[in-house]
Design a protein around this ligand. Structure first.
Ligand SMILES: [Ca+2]
Ligand SMILES: [Ca+2]
Length: 193
């Protein structure tokens, strides 16, 4: 039971990750090394994840957004992120493939993971996104986007659904691809310095 075997990435996981992502074996091994250093237990807790987000958003409250992102990455619902979930998440959110990013965005908005998005869920995520926006930026938002509810109403309108209807994944992705504004409203990007 040497430590060297427990810290090495298992062949099966490596094979699986190569199949499921476009990352090379070298890249995956390198990330695994970093992951091990930052996270010796091999699992990221929601609290650790919130701290990572807090570092990226020092001027705002990233807690609820981080919680939603965590939920969308925790595909096996065990309350922690393991290396595989972490890498697949990194792949989805960082590769240039718009379709994969939108699949991920769908899972972010599908708060109860039932395969559909309703307006309540859109409002919940818009509230989390809103808290990411620093106060001074919030003050400069257009009139029809300057509260979480307005943002949610504006976004929901692009999908042409009634308030009590729901969106399947394909409808969500189509609506976002076809409307530049919807694409912008589903996330928050901090202004570049
Ligand atoms: Ca998990
Ligand atoms: Ca749902």
């Amino acid at each position: 039971m040497g430590n060297s075997t427990s810290s090495a990435l298992s062949k099966e996981i490596l094979k699986d990750l190569k199949l499921n992502t476009h990352f090379t074996e070298d890249e995956i091994s390198q990330w695994y090394e970093n992951f091990q250093k930052q996270c010796p237990t091999g699992r990221i807790t929601p609290e650790e994840f919130e701290q990572i987000y807090a570092r990226f958003f020092p001027d705002s409250d990233a807690k609820s957004y981080a919680r939603h992102v965590f939920r969308s990455f925790d595909t096996n619902d065990d309350g922690t992120l393991d290396f595989k979930e972490y890498i697949i998440a990194l792949h989805m959110t960082s590769t240039g493939e718009p379709a994969r990013k939108l699949e991920w965005a769908f899972s972010l908005f599908d708060v109860d993971k039932n395969g559909y998005i309703n307006k309540t869920e859109v409002t919940e995520i818009c509230q989390a996104i809103f808290k990411l926006i620093p106060k001074e930026e919030q003050a400069k938002l257009p009139e029809d986007e300057n509260t979480p509810e307005k943002r949610a109403n504006k976004l929901w309108a692009y999908f042409e659904k009634k308030d009590n209807e729901r969106l399947a994944e394909g409808e969500f992705i189509k609506g976002v691809i076809e409307n530049e504004n919807a694409m912008r409203l589903i996330h928050y990007e901090p202004a570049k310095e």
